[in-house]
Design a protein around this ligand. Structure first.
Ligand code: PBG
Length: 329
């Protein structure tokens, strides 16, 4: 190996032109998906306290918001619903008249080429805030009933597909849900609908602001009985293998920043399209520090997104999508 003074790596850093030529990773609005919160009503644009710049939007406002996103070249949006009523089973998740289904139909009509993703989970629809119906196990403990959640998740996925979603993204972490959803979509004649599974979804404190935004905080306990332990990396690879086996087209790692090793391993091991979710807490940290004048928001935003791409994510779900696309333009 030759070294200094023959080798001078700084030569390739001296101007933006040369840096651009040797850049290994690229970031474009087409890599980005914007998460949006849909509520009922009309003309609603309710700010979310811990996520400055994000709103709960009624369908009409959501349609308007997506005009900017499409003109900026952002590939798609993922929708989360705020229903008017909740019950122990989360029945409203599959309501074809619910906010998500209504929004999907409106967006499909207005923006034929925008990729429409529907998050599939029950926690926004159950009155206890867990990701499936509850049961009391033989040991007397309350738990989410995995196998009773599955048909409900499948019904929701089919309802979203029929309303206009081209991607469904199960985020519940129940065992076997990808296979059950794939079969239900196929039986409904929707072999065309893509499944992005939240394959490695960790039980993370970084979801705090989201749970206020989506009204989905569990009323008791936590999600550690179904979401993954942050201490585990190898288990993520097992989860990904299972979901791919069941028919997932794209796998997701969530959160992104504290889990870039997982993103990297999934990408190198499986070589399939990988998405990473730059979650609400990661967004809130940057926003809060920037509001205090402690960090340069634009710079950190772009740096963060580049690093998620460098780790191996093809797709990034981020509340920064619109702001980043503006900066990249
Ligand atoms: C629903 C869901 C959550 C997020 C995405 N889908 C919340 C959770 O699991 O508690 C979090 C997204 C974010 O924090 O930005 N299960």
């Amino acid at each position: 190996m030759m070294s200094y003074p023959t080798q001078r790596p700084r030569r390739l850093r001296r101007s933006e032109t040369i840096r651009r030529l040797v850049r290994e990773t690229h970031l474009s609005p087409s890599n980005l998906i914007e998460p949006l919160f849909v509520c009922t009503g009309e003309g609603v644009r309710r700010p979310i306290a811990a996520m400055p710049g994000c709103f709960q939007l009624s369908v009409d406002e959501l349609v308007r918001e997506c005009r900017d996103l499409t003109s900026l070249g952002i590939s798609g949006v993922i929708l989360f619903g705020l229903p008017d009523s909740k019950d122990p089973e989360g029945a409203a998740a599959a309501d074809p008249q619910g906010p998500v289904a209504t929004a999907l139909t409106a967006l499909r009509r207005e923006y034929p080429s925008l990729s429409l993703w529907a998050d599939v989970c029950l926690c926004e629809y159950t009155d206890h805030g867990h990701c499936g119906p509850l049961t009391t196990g033989p040991d007397g403990r309350t738990d989410v009933d995995n196998d009773r959640a599955l048909p409900r998740l499948a019904n929701a996925a089919v309802a979203y597909a029929q309303a206009g979603a081209d991607v469904v993204a199960p985020s519940d972490m129940m065992d076997g849900r990808v296979g059950v959803i794939r079969r239900a979509l196929d039986d409904a004649g929707r072999t065309d609908v893509v499944i992005v599974s939240y394959a490695a979804k960790y039980a993370s404190g970084f979801y705090g602001p989201f749970r206020d935004a989506a009204g989905s905080a569990p009323a008791f306990g936590d999600r550690r009985g179904y979401q993954m332990d942050p201490a585990n990396g190898r288990e993520a690879l097992r989860e990904v293998a299972l979901d791919l086996d069941e028919g997932a087209d794209i796998v997701m790692v969530k959160p992104a920043l504290a889990y870039l090793d997982v993103v990297y391993q999934v990408k190198t091991r499986f070589g399939v399209p990988v998405a990473a979710y730059n979650v609400s807490g990661e967004y809130a940290m940057i926003k809060a520090a920037a509001a205090n004048g402690w960090l340069d928001e634009s710079r950190i935003m772009i740096e963060t997104l580049f690093c998620i791409r460098r780790a191996g994510a093809d797709i990034i779900l981020t509340y920064f999508a619109k702001a980043a696309a503006r900066l990249l333009a």
